[in-house]
Design a protein. Sequence first.
Length: 224
Amino acid sequence: MTDDDRQVLTGHDVAAALLDDWRLLFAALHARFRTGGFAQGVAFVDRIAAEADKADHHPDVDLRYGSVRIRLSSHDVGGVTQRDVRLARVISELADGFDLTPETGKLQVVEVGLDSSDAAEIKPFWAAVLGLSDSASHDELVDPDGVLPTLWFQDTDPHDPPRQRFHFDVRVAPEQAEQRVRAAIEAGGTLVSDTSAPRFWVLSDKQGNKACITTWLGRDDAHE
């Protein structure tokens, strides 16, 4: 393994790799392919498994009727590396051989934010309730198996508790963000703030409950 295989790539690095079927969402590459049915999906996953064994680098694979979703990340360094880029290209070639359709517009990752004036006071409770683990790099709780969404804690003023304590952060590919924002507004929502776009847009439903659409753009942390 070379030093390049341990270097965490930024969003701009991944964009420069021109991985048409893949999108960087948080610290992983994600792809989704539409299949002709369950049997074709199984055959595709079998080929992915064989190539992953050859590379000694194994993705997370979600097989459903009609689709296969793949998540690639180098867990030993906590982000995307050239190892992931190489395997992503191989998987795309396999998908092309099966004549599968990439569905990048359906890729998203949801996180849950909890407002708190003292995260350390309540983190153990939520770790116990949800069966989550401490993150090594952020003030958040994560599912090591990648099934449950990450729970992160947003610092707030203890003397001014917000009406809404939990909110959803929805990470999408940069080219999908404004479309998602427009759809939310057309569905009755309000744009609360776009001053931090394209990092995130703050939206609200008609009852004042907020959510954020987020992307990797404008973020300096390669591990983010």
